[in-house]
Design a protein around this ligand. Structure first.
Ligand SMILES: CC(C)=CCC/C(C)=C/CC/C(C)=C/CC/C(C)=C/[C@@H]1[C@@H](COP(=O)(O)OP(=O)(O)O)[C@]1(C)CC/C=C(\C)CC/C=C(\C)CCC=C(C)C
Length: 665
């Protein structure tokens, strides 16, 4: 016997390279759940296939020349045993990669409307089993096909029974591809090996029908059903996880033993949302739509977080977006003030009784306390805010309160009575459409106006950014801690000074939860500065200028800002102020990169499986800063990244250099 068998060479040439490629693609986005699913499916595939395949070999339904294999296990070539695992690995990895962008829990609701289709398909599997059993009983040329049917249909029937509606509601574009691609691939190379004589299909027990005249129909059908079983099995796991993600209080006690955990997963698998659960799922659908419409960059990046984490991020985004819009689009100062009052009341209501409610709690106080499950249904609907989901169980209320304070700062602009409500700036020239700044006597007016602006110094700017975006960074960190460790106290201990990534532990404080939260706030500041740089013109149109007055040293700079505000319905910086606009936006971007540099080492201290997601969110947004830089600060036209640019940036983060940074670094 040669040192390597023909069957082993088949793996070396055709299965191992594809498996390695998919492994490489998936690695940066791999989660513990993905590992569990792959391991579970491989174990199932092995356990179910060995007795069945052993029967096939012993009954000469398929055979192999002894010299073409390395050894046997229950009469099955060991290469064939390896095949069970590697096929499962390939198909599972492909499914997991393709399904990353889909928020699976959203399909629990659509799935609950497909009862009839499920009944029909489950019935078909029953008939398939009977047909297979009859064919085996009859023996002869239908035997191999009958064995495939009788073996696989009960598995399909069971999975369809417990997760059928969920399976049917997922987009066929990725479930179908995950089944068909490996099927076609394996068919091609199987046909090649049969032609080479590496293995043979028994003529007496197969129909003799061939697909495209090259491959026995039984072989093609075998690959189709095995890949189908793998994908359906993965979807069933996803259904259980989705239920636990959306309805944790229903099934998931916080202090769980292994047996409780297994039980809750089994319960989740057979759980079908009733009308009382639909509300929660619809809220999630709304949140997802808000993110999709509100921020293409973050919608894209959200696929980098596992579903559990992603759901909370959607909730946080939806709440914050609606809150921000309520202030931005308020018709009067009074309306805006009412909205702020409502936000605070809403937060007090959803946080009542939570260990994370505002008060004297310190991080130490929160250690050891299980999160309270907030009953959202107790929150009056008239507030009009999207649900905060589970966030109040692990994000401190103070963080949200600071965000509201940040939004409140925007009211200062309104109080100045800019064009926002159709009034003009105190002292501004009546002819607002006159863009010839030079002709206007702005001297005294401009000085007066600038003194009243809310953002006077760089500290004011940073304080504002910390409130509206630093808080978001901190929420993101708390969310990853919850998703990774389930019970909030764990990360606080696990990420203490004695643990974590030693490489970054340069000072005593580095790596501690407090340090991570501080750096997350810096990262929020960096992103908000990019946001401000990009939106200078748009913000001016709403009567807001976030550029610190202390940056405006020269008269022409003061005049420029005065011009932007006093012509806020029609600011056209192209006339003679473009260099000033460029200078100011570039200064904002370079300040953003200073904060980015301060914060980025902390990304490596987030729970491992969420690091790439956070890096993705940051990188895609910071890329806007890069684009502003590339345009030399000309932000007259709003900078928007196209899908290709986002994909390339994302790919760079996922499979490229470890440290994302601007191109000149
Ligand atoms: C990835 C993901 C799904 C995140 C969702 C969370 C999120 C982005 C919430 C934003 C909530 C929001 C609308 C707050 C109101 C204040 C505001 C307008 C903030 C600006 C966001 C931009 O949103 P917008 O809808 O305007 O988007 P477009 O510009 O139109 O595309 C901000 C710029 C804030 C963004 C700040 C962050 C995402 C925080 C970044 C921090 C981290 C990723 C933490 C890193 C961790 C460490 C330890 C360093």
């Amino acid at each position: 016997m040669a040192w390597i068998s023909r069957y082993a060479l088949f793996h070396l040439y055709y299965t191992i390279p594809v498996a390695s490629l998919l492994h490489f693609i998936l690695s940066p986005l791999r989660t513990r759940r993905d590992d569990f699913k792959i391991f579970f499916l491989c174990a199932m595939a092995f356990t179910c296939s060995v007795p069945w395949d052993s029967y096939l070999v012993r009954n000469r339904i398929w055979t192999y020349p002894p010299a073409s294999v390395l050894g046997t296990f229950f009469d099955i070539p060991i290469e064939e045993c390896f095949f069970f695992a590697i096929q499962t690995y390939i198909t599972s990895s492909l499914y997991i990669i393709l399904s990353k962008r889909v928020l699976k829990p959203l399909h629990l609701v659509a799935g609950s409307r497909k009862k009839w289709q499920v009944t029909i398909w489950t019935g078909i599997t029953g008939l398939g089993f009977l047909l297979g059993a009859m064919m085996v009983y009859e023996g002869g040329r239908g035997c191999y096909m009958g064995l495939i049917l009788a073996w696989s249909m009960p598995v399909f029937g069971f999975i369809l029974y417990v997760a059928g509606s969920f399976i049917l509601s997922l987009p066929f574009s990725f479930t179908g591809l995950a089944i068909l691609f490996p099927t076609i691939y394996l068919c091609v190379f199987d046909a090649l090996e049969i032609r080479n004589g590496t293995w043979t299909i028994g003529k007496a027990t197969s129909t003799g029908w061939k697909v495209f005249r090259i491959l026995e129909i039984e072989e093609a059908f075998f690959f189709l059903v095995t890949n189908g079983m793998i994908v359906f099995g993965l979807i069933a796991c996803d259904k259980a996880f989705s239920v636990l993600d959306v309805f944790p209080p229903v099934t998931f006690p916080s202090e769980s033993t292994l047996s409780q955990l297994i039980k809750s997963h089994v319960v989740a698998l057979s759980f079908n949302p009733s009308s009382s659960h639909i509300d929660v799922l619809e809220e999630l659908e709304i949140a997802s739509e808000i993110l999709k419409k509100g921020s293409k960059s973050f919608y894209f990046a959200s696929a980098g977080f596992g579903d559990r984490c992603r759901i909370t991020l959607l909730n946080i985004y939806a709440f914050s977006r609606v809150a921000d819009d309520m202030i931005d689009n308020a018709r009067s100062l009074e309306d805006a003030e009412v909205a702020l009052k409502d936000m605070r009341e809403y937060l007090n209501t959803v946080y009542s009784g939570s260990p994370f409610a505002s008060g004297s709690q310190t991080i130490d106080d929160q250690c050891g306390k299980a999160p309270k499950n907030i009953a959202e249904e107790e929150v009056p609907k008239e507030y009009g805010f999207p649900s905060l989901g589970r966030a109040p169980s692990f994000v401190p209320q103070d963080v949200f309160m600071q965000l509201v304070e940040g939004l409140e700062e925007d009211l200062e602009f309104m109080k100045l009575g800019f064009q926002r409500f159709g009034t003009s700036i105190p002292g501004a020239n009546a002819n607002d459409n006159d863009n010839s700044m030079g002709a206007r006597n702005f001297g005294v007016d401009a000085e007066e106006l600038l003194k009243k602006l809310p953002i006077q110094t760089e500290e004011d700017l940073i304080r504002y950014c910390r409130r509206v975006a630093g808080t978001v960074g901190q929420m993101l960190v708390w969310t990853t801690w919850d998703a990774a460790y389930c019970v909030p106290p764990l990360p606080l201990r696990a990420l203490g000074p004695s643990s974590g990534n030693k490489r970054h532990n340069k000072t005593a404080e580095t790596g501690t939860p407090g340090w991570i939260l501080a750096r997350a706030s810096d990262m929020g500041v960096a992103l908000q500065l990019v946001n401000i740089a990009r939106d200078i013109m748009e913000d001016a149109r709403s009567g807001r200028i976030y550029i610190p007055v202390s940056w405006l040293q020269k008269d022409e700079e003061k005049a420029f800002v005065y011009f932007l505000l006093s012509n806020s319905q029609n600011p056209d910086a192209s006339q003679f102020s473009l260099p000033i606009l460029q200078r100011l936006s570039l200064r904002l971007v370079s300040l953003a990169y200073r904060y980015y540099a301060l914060a980025s080492p902390a990304l490596g201290h987030l729970p491992e499986e969420y690091r790439k997601g956070a890096k993705l969110a940051v990188a895609v947004y910071m890329e806007i800063g890069n684009e502003i830089k590339r345009r030399e600060g000309d932000v007259r036209k709003r900078v928007v990244l196209d899908a290709k640019r986002k994909l390339l940036t994302g790919a760079g983060v996922l499979w490229g250099r470890e440290q994302y940074g601007p191109f000149w670094w």
